[in-house]
Design a protein around this ligand. Structure first.
Ligand code: SF4
Length: 400
C-alpha cells in the first residue's frame, strides 16, 4: 500500500470506528513504516521543573545528552532517510548543551531539526539573539527544510512573559527572510484555565507586535476545546499556536483537577481510547537507549530494543519493526496490549487514569511482555487483533 493511501485509510479509521475491523485498516497499519522521525531526549536534567512534566524532569535529575552518543546516532542515521530529529524532554537551548546543539545544527541541512524549547534561554535580549546566531552560524537555517523552533509555554512553565517577546525579536532579527510561520511556532500546554487563556492572549499580541498582522486571528476548536490559533503576520504563512491539553501523567498525576475529569480507577479495556492515525517515532534516551513511542512519555526501562553505543541504529529500528508487540501496539494501541496481557495473565489489572498507565505496567513486567510476544508470534498478530476488535463493543470505547 502506498504512503498516501495508508494515510487516507488511517484517517478514515479515525472517523468510523467499525472501520477498525476492516482488512483495509489492518493492511494499512501493518504496511505503514512509522519509525522515520527520531525524538532525542535532552534530559532528564532540565533547567526548570514544570509542575506538569510527564517525565518528572528537572534540576533534581541527573543526565544530559552526551556528545559521543549524539555523533554516533547522526552517523548511523545517515544510512537511512529519516525525516528528522525532534529535540525535547529537557531543554535543548542551555549552556550545558552547546556542544551537542552545534553538532545537531551542523546536520540540520540533512536531518531537519525541530527544537522544542521552554524559552528560558531568552532571559535577556542579547542571550536570545546569541542563541539564534549560534544556531544559524552552525547551519541551522530557519529558511530551510522543515527546521523548526517551537516554544512550549503555559502557566505551569512559570517563564517570564518577556522571554517570548525577546524570542520573537531574536527570530526576526537573525532570520529576517524566513517564512516564520513555517518554521517557528508556539505550543500552549495546560488545562485551559483563566491563567493560560490570559497568557495565550499575550503571546498572540507579542507575535502581532513583532511580525505585524494582516488579518484577524483564527481560532480552531474541536468538540468545544481550543486546538489552535493562527496569527497572520504581515508576510508569509500564518504562525500557529497549538494547544495541547495536559495529561494526567508523570508529575501531573497528582493534580487534583483530574480527579473529577479522569478519575483513578481499575481500568477496563473498554475504558481506553485509541487514536489510529497517530504514528510512532523512534525515541532515544540521553544514554543512547532506543525504543518506539508516540511521545517521550513512552521512553521507559523495560521497553528498550538496544543502545546506539553497541549497535547500529538501523539494526535496532529493524528489530522494533519486526517485533510482534510493536505491531500489536500499532494495530490496536494500549487497549489491545491490555487485552493480550489479561489473556496471558487473568490477574493483570491496572489501576490508573489513562492508557499510558497500561503501557507503564505492561512494559515494566518483562515476563508479561515476553509471554505476549510469544503468543503473538505463535498465533499471529493479525489473528489476535481480529479476535480482539470483533469482540470489543466499539460503542462503549473512546477514540482518545
Ligand atoms: S516540561 Fe519540559 S521544560 Fe518543563 S521540566 Fe519537563 S522537560 Fe523541562
Amino acid at each position: 500500500m502506498k504512503a498516501r493511501e495508508i494515510k487516507k485509510t488511517l484517517n478514515e479509521a479515525t472517523r468510523t470506528k467499525s472501520f477498525l475491523r476492516s482488512d483495509k485498516y489492518i493492511n494499512a497499519q501493518m504496511s505503514k513504516f512509522g519509525l522515520h522521525q527520531i525524538g532525542f531526549q535532552m534530559g532528564p536534567n532540565c533547567n526548570t521543573s514544570c509542575s506538569h512534566c510527564y517525565g518528572d524532569y528537572g534540576p533534581h535529575r541527573k543526565g544530559l545528552p552526551n556528545l559521543k552518543i549524539v555523533k554516533k546516532t547522526l552517523e548511523d542515521a545517515a544510512d537511512f532517510p529519516f525525516s528528522g530529529f525532534v529535540l525535547t524532554d529537557g531543554e535543548p537551548l542551555r549552556h550545558e548543551n552547546k556542544k551537542v546543539m552545534k553538532v545537531f545544527a551542523e546536520h540540520s541541512d540533512k536531518f531537519p531539526l525541530a527544537i522544542l524549547s521552554n524559552g528560558i534561554f531568552a532571559r535577556t535580549q542579547q542571550n536570545a539573539i546569541d542563541w539564534m546566531n549560534f544556531l544559524k552560524d552552525n547551519g541551522f537555517d530557519l529558511n530551510k527544510n522543515t527546521n523548526l523552533l517551537r516554544i512550549s509555554f503555559g502557566a505551569m512553565y512559570n517563564v517570564n512573559m518577556n522571554n517570548y517577546f525577546r524570542i520573537n525579536n531574536a527570530v526576526k532579527k537573525v532570520f529576517p527572510n524566513a517564512d516564520v510561520g513555517k518554521h517557528f511556532n508556539y505550543l500552549l500546554v495546560g488545562i485551559e484555565d483563566k491563567d493560560e487563556m490570559n497568557l495565550l492572549g499575550r503571546v498572540m499580541k507579542g507575535l502581532e507586535f513583532s511580525f505585524g498582522k494582516r488579518r484577524r486571528f483564527r481560532f480552531t476548536e474541536s468538540k468545544g476545546v481550543l486546538t489552535s490559533v493562527k496569527i497572520y503576520p504581515e508576510k508569509g504563512s500564518p504562525i500557529k499556536i497549538n494547544y495541547l491539553s495536559c495529561h494526567p501523567d508523570g508529575r501531573a498525576k497528582n493534580f487534583s483537577i483530574f480527579d473529577k475529569i479522569v478519575p483513578v480507577k481499575d481500568l477496563e479495556v473498554e475504558d481506553l481510547g485509541f487514536s489510529p492515525d497517530l504514528h510512532e517515532d523512534v525515541w532515544i534516551s540521553n544514554k543512547g537507549d532506543v525504543t518506539f513511542g508516540i511521545s517521550g512519555a513512552c521512553v521507559r526501562k523495560g521497553k528498550f530494543y538496544g543502545n546506539v553505543q553497541d549497535k547500529h541504529l538501523l539494526e535496532i529500528v529493524h528489530e522494533i519493526n519486526k517485533d510482534s508487540v510493536y505491531q500489536a501496539f500499532k494495530l490496536g494501541g494500549a487497549r489491545f496490549l491490555y487485552s493480550l496481557g489479561q489473556q496471558v495473565d487473568p490477574d493483570f489489572k491496572v489501576r490508573g487514569r489513562m492508557r499510558c498507565d497500561i503501557c507503564h505496567d505492561f512494559f515494566s513486567d518483562s515476563k508479561m511482555r515476553y509471554a505476549v510476544g510469544k503468543k503473538l508470534d505463535k498465533e499471529g498478530v493479525v489473528q489476535n487483533y481480529k479476535r480482539f476488535i470483533n469482540g470489543l463493543d466499539l460503542r462503549k470505547t473512546a477514540y482518545l
